[in-house]
Design a protein around this ligand. Structure first.
Ligand code: BGC
Length: 838
């Protein structure tokens, strides 16, 4: 099958000539919402009653309860409660189970604010039920590089889409009496150099891209903001007076609490700069301020400079205001039960609505004949990949997660399964180790074991450390230049182990090396120290014994699995390959390819059966060298605990895919916006491999804007997503509406099944200066029955018609005539007109 073919969107395409003139109001476009009421007298009174140590006490985190990532202490004497804080963006991460929602990127793909509200409703309801006062979500940093480890955890590459989904989500969380947290403020767009990379970005680019969603949630009344690990233009985000005070508070009117990301305090001046709370604990930056300087036996205002005293009151006021905004200073409510069933239904619906049909020549939905005899292939067909790794990882209820193999079989299909990609391997036999004995036992004390393995034949060997707990390390060391250079594996230590457990439920962290026959490699397995960087400790004891084994996948075993998969595919009417990647906090990808041997697997299956479909369980774009050889590709992201049900709904046609890509899928490794190391991952100034400084050379051209500006053809464009039905667009009208534009279009379902479509409104640059070549200006998701037509109206507000003028430090209307392009994807424009902005 050929790559999907659509007309590529270009500024200036004129199919239908509807022109409209919009002129700004006389006053300049400043868009400074602010406007929140002043400090509540009740809060001012509380602050006045607090001692200086009580105030400082509220500004440093302490361990929380119930599995909280941290907690802010209250002041019991005055009836001020503490705040337990839980991650996170795709479900509440506590010490009890919660609903595992589809990853936020799947929510992004719904292009549906109502889904965002439902998603936030689940997060808020469950945070409340699990006794968490603060939810450490949503993450709203833009997907700027396809390599970033946390791409699955955020919404999209587009400022407007992220803003329009984050705002209703936040309102819904807070409607449950839970404080939502906008994170990570700001320009926290990658894991490489995660603890302090210096992001050089122009103010224009920052305002027009990354800050948009933060501003939108402040407008929506969010009560907490988490500042980021990185620096922005030389200043740590958590020490930045410009970001924390100038933009956030003075300009946008934010009045809640600003907390650090975990251990992200850097300077003694951060309190004065605008930081309120250090998490997960106070550091010298704040504790040094709370000293009895005048030696009068108490720490009081006399020990503080006027500036620090004022900042302290501001910080405490911010924390109390956040509490008050969601009702936490009122009489305590009864803690509700988790609405488990209703929340699972939301997870299911969003998994369906966020799935994106990337390609389909008509093989999907599968016909009854196909379903009578279908081969499912790939580890994640059996063990669903419900979410990514790191602090966004959620533990669902026991039994809540089904496998696609079981669900499809349960609906009467004739299903076979083959893993195709061997992940578990087998225990390395003792006669391959210099010690003569396999490593496979139970340990009751810290353990470090070093062994030398000899490769019996030439090829790729995958070594795995498999344990009953997280945090074990595997160091692999071969002779320099042989492809087995020193390397450490403990990738998911922070997150509780690898994302795909072994068949017997163990964590499974692996490393692959190419070895010649007879070549040796030294392996060190250790579980003996607390792992750095906030990761879980791995220290077995009598009370907490640990089972640990060393496994490998040899070239022969791998070939056997591939052959089994090809045989299963050849024997079946249709083959569906599930391919995955494992996105995680703490680590970027080094390649856009599917990990392991999955490209070979898809190719082998497609060769064995021409009717092959691929389901992607990835958090971000992957390359698809096999695209022309398969009949359909369905992107289901990390689809949450209901992912198997949703996937089966979509494969069988019980549901119709309607998601759209919230991120561009690049066609090649060298055809992305981040081709220059100075731009990504950044440069290092010393021997440390971690990058220290990077420059956002793309300016405001993040994501698809860059592809458009540079004429780079993506594999799948932003906004792309097919359906089992078809839609016709007609009657585009644009008219002024206040300081913005109203765009109306009729959309008709011209196919035979009900489906949803997302008409997207883009602006081209036209004659306006300083604007992107292409810019999403609005969208709306509609559901249409066969033959049904609906008039869809999208409001393009003044901000979308404006650019940031750094000289004048404000938004100004981008004067000129700009194409208005309306269609089903950024590369599938159906109608166009223009708008004159004055
Ligand atoms: C992450 C945050 C998270 C925090 C608490 C940090 O490492 O960057 O997103 O909320 O940990 O778990």
């Amino acid at each position: 099958m050929g790559r999907h073919e659509h007309r590529r969107l270009r500024a200036g395409v004129a199919v239908v000539a509807t022109a409209v003139v919009v002129a700004g109001a006389a006053a300049p476009a400043t868009a400074t919402p602010g406007g929140r009421p002043g400090v509540d007298p009740r809060i001012a009174e509380l602050v006045a009653l607090m001692t200086v140590p009580e105030k400082f006490g509220m500004l440093g985190g302490v361990p929380g309860s119930g599995g909280a990532a941290g907690s802010v202490p209250g002041v019991p004497r005055l009836g001020v409660p503490g705040l337990d804080m839980a991650d996170g963006p795709s479900g509440v991460r506590a010490d009890r189970p919660a609903t595992a929602l589809p990853a936020p990127v799947a929510l992004g793909a719904t292009f549906d604010p109502a889904s965002a509200s439902a998603y936030g409703g689940v997060l808020g309801q469950e945070a409340d039920a699990l006794d968490m006062e603060v939810l450490l979500a949503p993450m709203m940093n833009l997907v700027r590089t396809p390599y970033a480890g946390r791409n699955f955890e955020t919404l999209s590459e587009d400022p407007l889409l992220s803003a329009q989904l984050a705002a209703p989500q936040v309102s819904a969380v807070q409607d449950n009496g839970v404080i939502a947290t906008a994170k990570h403020y700001a320009a926290n767009n990658q894991e490489a150099g995660r603890r302090g990379i210096d992001v050089r970005v122009t103010e224009k680019a920052l305002r027009e891209t990354e800050l948009a969603a933060f501003e939108a949630v402040v407008d929506a009344g969010i009560s907490a903001v988490m500042c980021a690990y990185n620096k922005v233009d030389g200043v740590q985000a958590c020490d930045s007076a410009e970001l924390l005070t100038g933009v956030l508070r003075e300009e946008w009117g934010f009045d809640g609490l600003v907390m650090t990301d975990w251990v992200a305090t850097h300077g003694p001046g951060s309190l004065e700069a605008g930081l309120d709370v250090e998490m997960p604990r106070a550091t010298a930056a704040f504790t040094d301020l709370a000293r009895d300087v005048d030696g009068n036996g108490v720490v009081d205002t006399g020990d503080l400079t006027p500036a620090v005293a004022a900042a302290l009151d501001r910080a405490v006021t911010g924390v109390l205001t956040a509490m008050d905004e969601v009702g936490l200073l009122d009489e305590a409510d009864v803690t509700p039960e988790r609405a488990t069933e209703a929340n699972a239904e939301v997870a299911h619906r969003i998994a369906v609505d966020g799935a994106v049909l990337l390609a389909n020549d008509g093989v999907l939905p599968l016909a009854d004949d196909d379903l009578a005899d279908v081969a499912l292939i790939g580890p994640t067909a059996q063990v669903p990949l419900i979410g990514g790794g790191g602090s966004a990882r959620v533990t669902p209820d026991d039994g809540a997660v089904d496998s696609t193999v079981d669900v499809l079989g349960g609906r009467g299909a004739g299903v076979s399964w083959a893993t195709g990609e061997e992940l578990d391997g087998v225990v390395v036999p003792g006669d391959r180790l210099d010690t003569g004995a396999s490593i496979d036992g139970t340990y009751t004390a810290p353990v470090t074991q070093t062994v030398t393995v000899t490769a019996p034949t030439a090829g790729a060997y995958t070594f795995s450390v498999q344990t009953t707990g997280p945090g074990a390390r595997l160091d692999v060391e071969g002779a320099p230049g042989t492809g087995a250079e020193a390397s450490t594996v403990s990738r998911f230590g922070a997150a509780g182990g690898s994302l795909i457990a072994t068949a017997d439920g163990r964590t499974n962290d692996s490393h692959t090396v190419e070895l010649a026959a007879g070549e040796q490699v030294t392996l060190t397995l250790s579980c003996d120290t607390p792992v750095a960087d906030g990761s879980a400790a791995c220290s077995p004891s009598v009370e907490q014994p640990l089972q640990l084994r060393l496994a490998w996948t040899t070239p022969e075993l791998r070939a056997e699995r591939l052959a089994e998969a090809a045989r299963a595919a050849a024997d079946a009417r249709v083959a569906v390959v599930f391919a995955y990647n494992e996105g995680t906090e703490g680590e970027d990808r080094s390649s856009l390819s599917l990990p392991g041997y999955q490209d070979e697997l898809v190719a082998a299956v497609a060769q064995a059966n021409p009717d092959t479909v691929v389901v992607l369980n990835t958090g971000d774009p992957v390359l698809m060298p096999w695209l022309d050889d398969v009949r359909a590709v369905l992107q289901t992201w990390y689809s949450g605990q209901e992912g198997a049900e949703a996937t089966v709904d979509l494969l069988t046609g019980a549901a119709n895919p309607g998601g759209k890509l919230p991120v561009t899928f690049p066609a090649a490794e060298d055809a992305t916006p981040v081709g220059d190391p100075a731009n990504y991952p950044g440069l290092s100034t010393d021997d440390d491999p971690d990058p220290e400084v990077q420059t956002y050379t793309e300016g405001s051209d993040v994501g698809y804007r860059w592809y458009e500006a540079t004429g780079t053809e993506p594999l799948f464009a932003f906004g792309h997503g097919l359906s089992y039905t078809s839609f016709e667009y007609s009657r585009l009208r644009t008219r002024t509406s206040g300081d913005g534009v109203q765009v109306s279009v009729s959309v008709r379902n011209t196919g035979a099944v009900t489906g949803s479509e997302v008409p997207q409104v883009y602006l081209g640059a036209g004659t306006a200066a300083g604007v992107p070549a292409l810019q999403l200006a609005g969208f709306s998701r509609v559901i249409l029955a066969p033959g049904e037509e609906q008039r869809v109206t999208v409001e393009v507000d003044e901000r979308q018609l404006s650019i940031w003028d750094a000289d004048r430090d404000r938004w100004v209307r981008a004067v000129g005539t700009r194409p208005v392009l309306v269609g089903s994807a950024s590369d599938d424009v159906r109608l166009s007109g223009s708008v004159r902005v004055r």
